[in-house]
Design a protein around this ligand. Structure first.
Ligand SMILES: Nc1nc(=O)c2c([nH]1)NC[C@@H]1CN(c3ccc(C(=O)N[C@@H](CCC(=O)O)C(=O)O)cc3)C=[N+]21
Length: 287
């Protein structure tokens, strides 16, 4: 039996339609057009592709979008001054600083991201939003794990009472995914490079989330028959060849459902960013 393929474009389309409707309602009821500013420092080619996708997606949904390109040599203070200006700009409801930052300012990443007003932090990376997620208060949630959760729900995959295992403990995927699944009453385990007998742990999973950043890391022997496998990896193994963390060809014959790469979670990430911009604009109506 071959697994059900969870196609990113199908779910992303549903999330985009939702965001588009909410954006239209904001315009009609309050005269507010949600707006996103993406800051890109330097010229990382992958970043340029992602930023272009985000901009196109905004245009398609009636969301105002600004892309601010700053040179590779930008200082921390120059970047912070730009963030301050966007914090004060009433056209802009969401601010995203594209990561990774160039070397000379990468060490100041936390200080830079903490400068974004939490209400405009559409990446959900600000400690205030992290705290809200952990304590179950409404806030902005990181796009990739949020998209994975919404996809599971829309696909009708049970979460309550299920065993979820996440491989990877990053602040961007692993940790927020833990809290989202826990919030839906899953029993959640996080694995990482120090985990002993990883395959024994992952074989317990009804829902297995791979966010490691290594091609073919998840093999068929690590997957319980019928499990749902979500591949968050984006590994560029050649200029035009993108693969995930899961050995898709082998795992698809064991899993019950699986996301492909490309065409899986990446598309959800951009769709959820649109949703977050609309939610940010809604949250700022009271200001
Ligand atoms: N502040 C910040 N926020 C981010 O959300 C952020 C970031 N920095 N830095 C880089 C990562 C990566 N990321 C992706 C977005 C879309 C796809 C995507 O659309 N992927 C498509 C195709 C991509 C392709 O073919 O190159 C797919 O998987 O099918 C992937 C990855 C957002 N990121």
């Amino acid at each position: 039996m071959s697994a059900r393929i969870l196609e990113g474009k199908v779910f992303a389309q549903a999330f985009r339609e939702d965001a588009q409707k909410k954006a239209a309602a904001l315009r009609e009821q309050y005269g507010v057009q949600p707006g996103l500013a993406v800051i890109i420092v330097g010229s990382n080619p992958a970043s340029q592709v992602y930023v272009r996708n985000k901009h196109k997606s905004c245009e398609a949904l009636g969301i105002y979008s600004e892309v601010i390109e700053m040179p590779e040599t930008t200082t921390k203070d120059e970047l912070i001054a730009k963030i301050d200006a966007l914090n004060a700009d009433s056209k802009i409801h969401g601010i995203l600083v594209q990561l990774p930052l160039p070397e000379q300012i990468a060490a100041h990443e936390s200080e830079i991201l903490e400068r974004i007003r939490p209400e405009k932090d559409v990446d959900g990376f600000h400690p205030v939003n992290v705290g809200r997620l952990v304590t179950g208060q409404p806030g902005l949630v990181p796009c990739t794990p949020f998209g994975c959760l919404r996809m599971l729900e829309l696909a009708g995959i049970p979460i309550d009472g299920q065993r979820a295992v996440i491989i990877g403990r990053s602040n961007i995927v692993g940790k927020p995914m833990l809290h989202l699944l826990l919030g839906k009453n899953a029993t959640v385990t996080i694995c990482h490079s120090h985990t002993k007998d990883l395959p024994a742990v992952t074989r317990e999973a009804d829902i297995l989330v791979a966010a490691v950043g290594r091609p073919n890391f998840v093999t068929a022997d690590m997957v319980k028959p019928g499990a749902t496998v979500i591949d968050v990896g984006i590994n560029r193994i050649a200029p035009k060849k993108l693969v995930g963390d899961v050995d898709f060809e082998a795992v698809k014959d064991v899993a019950g459902a699986i996301t492909p790469v490309p065409g899986g979670v990446g598309l959800l990430t951009v769709a959820m960013l649109m949703e977050n911009v609309v939610r940010a604009a809604e949250m700022q109506l009271q200001d």
